[in-house]
Design a protein around this ligand. Sequence first.
Ligand code: MG
Length: 225
Amino acid sequence: MIRLPHRDGFYELRPSKIIALAKNYAEHAREMGMEVPEKPIIFLKPPSSLIGPGEPIILPRMSKRVDHEVELAVIMGKKAKRVPKEKAMDYVLGYTILLDITARDLQAEAIERGLPWSIAKGFDTFAPVGPRVVDRRELNIDDLEIGLKVNGKIRQLGRTSQMLFKVPELIEYISSVMTLQPGDIIATGTPPGIGPLRHGDKVEAWIEGIGTVDFEVLREDSILC
Ligand code: MG
């Protein structure tokens, strides 16, 4: 369970699932050498991959290439099943930043072999969140700057207006497949500029109106478990 500042207190993040979007920014689809999708492409990340501010991102032994992806995360406030897009935003509690950390080599292998992405996307610490939860009513998410730096250098930069499928459409689509529970998280896809993380890196992610959050990167071997 992750606690993030929210209003005057804290919000306890305890999702039953994290639903993430693939290729929801056209420029990122292009940098991956893929076509822009006609329908949203979703996959799941396990809640066990969540970490909060102050915890490190761990590079697993199984991967030789782990990438950063900064994303706007939508936190659901109410149970949502088959919700039309016109009403979708009524079901949202608020927003935070989520890094969809990805073992790119394992993902490439899965894509080539037609296998799911569960391993590439699902290691512990592969869903850092923070710095806080902003209430839906306090932030218009239509056109916010979203970016990420590694060791002070800008790697990713975009605007939420560049999303192919907007949040109301995503909620309509996802809730037609699976019931969204309060606390569930939708990671809305990443702008271009993805790249590798290395031991000792300092990652800094920001979204206008939400703030900045940073995480340290450590190799699994460097930690005594
Ligand atoms: Mg992603």
